[in-house]
Design a binder for this molecule. Structure first.
Ligand SMILES: *Cc1c(COP(=O)(O)O)cnc(C)c1O
Length: 370
């Protein structure tokens, strides 16, 4: 794939992030198989949750995905340049003041989260003398983005959509990963009431977890992100998705420690017996959470961290491996079969979303199954 440059990258990088596009495509197919009649979009904001929005979107185009959601106009324009004119690219946060003309020129669909955003987009359409596509987001109970009930009433009453083409009405669930939470049903009802006040348009409510609550939440279009990237959309139950990444780090050096030797900053680890350790080329600057005492893996053997995570390196205890198994340049696994993204997130007191989107920019990145 990346031939010479990819190889050079590998030689110069400390860690290797492999992104399995075939797994992401399979995850898309698995989600779509749960839908009776709704279409399936893909959320590729934050550079495809850190995995590469352009590569992911190109792969999902091959599965027939026609609608991509990003958060910012800048992300939308970059994606448009990569994908060409066909797919629908929707900007969830709406178009910020001053970004309207470039967003219109790139053929982006603006989400109008407020009457002010709607008015600015309408004004742009008028000035450009052509219809512009818009999606209205309504607040069904998350209190984050979207029009209030009063604003929706104003849209319905005035000619607020003149010059615009209403592509969809959307809302977002606050508690989708806990399906038994009554907030889901109350948001579903509020959404149905609010859409009924607006001109007929496709309805979209469900993110990844929302798809798994049930068909009543699917509407006409679902908007999964996390599940495509292998994050478990059904926390507390087995993950129905395939893992999409592996992260490996290179061994920089190995050493034998005497009993009593202190390891790393503040000597938070002390060898209680003679020990073999390796220093690997990955640290918190690569998005690895500093407070997580996790492990690396090699040949299915768990190699616990010894001491603090540094900015660019971590010391691991390799005593469980045959002596000489790991040499400088060899790879150990940080994310993969041994521990997945959700597991690391749970240990770090966060969610897989934050781990993925925080993954660093200096890895050797490899795309498989393109
Ligand atoms: C991020 C986002 C999604 C995707 O959510 P996942 O939980 O990653 O599936 C869908 N809709 C909106 C409005 C979002 O902000």
């Amino acid at each position: 794939m990346h031939d010479l440059s990819g190889r050079a990258d590998f030689d110069l990088a400390g860690a290797i992030l492999t992104i399995d596009l075939a797994a992401i495509r399979e995850n898309y197919r698995r989600l779509r198989a749960r839908l009776a009649r709704a279409a399936c979009a893909a959320v590729v904001k934050a550079d495809g949750y850190g995995l590469g929005a352009i590569e992911v979107a190109k792969a999902l185009r091959k599965e027939g995905c026609r609608t991509f959601f990003v958060a910012h106009g800048s992300e939308g324009i970059a994606l448009r340049q990569a994908l060409g004119p066909e797919p629908e690219i929707v900007v969830l946060n709406g178009i910020h003041s001053g970004g309207e003309d470039r967003s219109a020129a790139a053929g982006l669909v603006a989400v109008a989260n407020s009457l002010a955003q709607l008015a600015a987009w309408r004004e742009t359409a008028g000035r450009l003398g052509r219809k512009l596509p818009v999606i209205i987001q309504v607040d069904s109970g998350m209190s984050r983005l979207g029009m209030s009930r009063g604003e929706v009433g104003d849209v319905a009453a005035a000619n607020a959509l003149d010059g615009l083409e209403l592509r969809a009405v959307i809302s977002h669930l606050a508690c989708a990963d806990t399906p038994e939470d009554p907030a889901n049903e109350s948001q579903r009802r509020a959404f149905a009431e609010l859409t009924a006040l607006l001109p007929p348009a496709p309805a979209s409510l469900a993110n990844s977890s929302g798809i798994f609550i049930g068909e009543a939440y699917h509407g006409d279009l679902v908007r999964p992100g996390a599940a495509l990237y292998g994050i478990n959309p059904t926390p507390g139950h087995p993950n129905p998705m395939l893992p999409a990444i592996t992260l490996q780090a290179k061994v920089i050096q190995t050493r034998s420690l005497d009993a009593g030797a202190g390891v790393g900053y503040a000597h938070t680890f002390r060898a209680s017996a003679p020990l073999e350790v390796a220093t690997i080329a990955l640290g918190y600057a690569d998005g690895w959470p500093r407070h997580v005492a996790a492990s690396a893996w090699c040949d299915g053997v768990e190699l616990p961290f010894a001491g603090r995570v540094s900015m660019d390196s971590i010391v691991i205890d390799i005593s469980a491996l045959p002596r000489g198994r790991l040499k400088p340049g060899d790879l150990v696994e940080l994310i993969g079969a041994g521990q997945d993204v959700d597991e690391i997130a749970a240990r770090a007191g966060t969610i897989g979303y934050e781990i993925l989107t925080g993954l660093g920019r200096r890895f050797n990145r490899r795309y498989q199954g393109a």
